[in-house]
Ligand binder design. Structure first.
Ligand SMILES: [Zn+2]
Length: 108
C-alpha cells in the first residue's frame, strides 16, 4: 500500500525552523508495504533530514532525524544491498573465535 503522500506533506515540517517542506525538496528513498522513507531538504534553512513513516493501526507514525547526507548520498546508501541475517551470524561466529588484535581486522 502506498502512503497518502499529499496528506503527509501537510504535517511534515522542518525540525530546525518549523517551515513546511516544498514538494520539490522531498525525495522518496524507499517504499515498502505500509512504510516509506523520505529525504527532506528545507528550502528555508537548508537543513536536511530523513523521515521514516509507517502506517499502523492508529494511522501514520513518523520518526524524523537530522542528517548531513545530501539527497544523492542518501539515495546511494539506500540502493546498497542490505545485510542479511546469515552475514551477521557469520561475522559473529568469526569474531567469537578471533584471537588477534584490532590491527589484524583492518588489514586486507
Ligand atoms: Zn528549515
Amino acid at each position: 500500500m502506498k502512503m497518502p503522500f499529499d496528506n503527509l506533506q501537510a504535517v511534515i515540517r522542518c525540525p530546525v525552523c518549523d517551515k513546511k517542506y516544498l514538494p520539490t525538496k522531498i525525495l522518496v528513498l524507499d517504499e515498502d508495504e505500509g512504510r516509506t522513507t523520505i529525504h527532506l531538504t528545507c528550502e528555508s534553512c537548508g537543513a536536511a533530514s530523513m523521515a521514516f513513516i509507517s502506517l499502523g493501526q492508529f494511522g501514520a507514525v513518523s520518526l524524523g532525524l537530522l542528517t548531513d547526507l545530501e539527497q544523492n548520498e542518501a539515495m546511494t546508501v539506500f540502493q546498497r544491498e542490505t545485510i542479511s541475517t546469515d552475514q551477521v551470524i557469520e561475522v559473529h561466529q568469526f569474531l567469537k573465535h578471533y584471537t588477534g588484535g584490532v590491527e589484524g581486522l583492518l588489514r586486507d
